[in-house]
Design a binder for this molecule. Structure first.
Ligand code: DC
Length: 223
């Protein structure tokens, strides 16, 4: 099968990460979680006390940030300046901060280059918000994965680490609604389907069904 560049965009909790990872595994492609890159910038901004709209400090942070994914049996590991930050970026605080820094052009421009560099060789599944619209407008296949807010909130709630057990389902839903609203309404690279994206609603579909549907499109494309 010829190597392709596949993009999967969509809101949080749509099942994007699991589906993207499985699709990449099935095709023996590289999986790139671009949300993790925004989370890395947010982690550094928070730890340095930098406000999410302080563009000159954000530019400094980006200038000194070297991001790299490495595969492992547990999934991709993200290294920032040589440190494994894979676990530390998975908190509700980092989710909100990542959304905030992702609205800044200095951050988007820096990560645009990082992502395009990672995608050079093709044979990859890129997951994010603007993969098909901005980062890889020439991608071979673009998917947009969506689901009802209620379903997405429940999925995210079930994924919460035990130390966030005090958070209620309503709180998860509210935070998700706010973040999706911000990500979709921002001026720069807002979350939306590319005009040529294949839209899949996963509200009533299991992970396997979504992956099979996508593989069907890949087969048609490579025929
Ligand atoms: O996919 P995620 O929840 O890990 O993403 C965290 C935030 O990063 C998300 O709220 C918006 C931003 N993001 C983005 O703007 N563009 C991307 N390609 C990926 C993520």
């Amino acid at each position: 099968m010829k190597g392709l560049l596949i993009t999967i965009d969509g809101p949080s909790g749509s099942g994007k990460s699991t589906v993207s990872r499985r699709l990449a595994e099935r095709l023996d492609y590289t999986y790139v979680d671009t949300g993790a890159l925004y989370r890395a910038v947010a982690l550094f901004a928070l730890s340095e006390g930098c406000a999410p709209d302080d563009d000159s400090r954000l530019a400094e942070i980006c200038k000194h940030l070297v991001l790299r994914f490495e595969n492992s049996s547990k999934g991709p590991i993200l290294y920032a300046n040589g440190d494994d930050i894979t676990e530390r970026i998975r908190t509700p605080e980092i989710s909100m901060a990542a959304s905030a820094v992702s609205a800044r052009s200095v951050v988007r421009e820096y990560l645009l280059n990082v992502q395009r560099e990672m995608g050079k060789g093709g044979r990859a599944v890129f997951e994010g918000r603007d993969m098909g619209t901005v980062v890889f407008p020439e991608a071979d296949i673009k998917f947009y994965l969506d689901a009802d807010l209620e379903t997405r909130a429940l999925r995210r709630y079930k994924e919460l680490a035990p130390d966030h057990a005090a958070t209620s389902l309503d709180e998860v839903g509210e935070a998700m609604k706010k973040r999706d609203g911000d990500d979709s309404s921002r001026a720069l690279a807002p979350l939306k389907p590319a005009h040529d994206a294949i839209i899949i609603d996963s509200t009533l579909l299991g992970i396997d069904q979504v992956v099979e549907t996508m593989l069907g499109h890949v087969r048609v494309h490579t025929k």
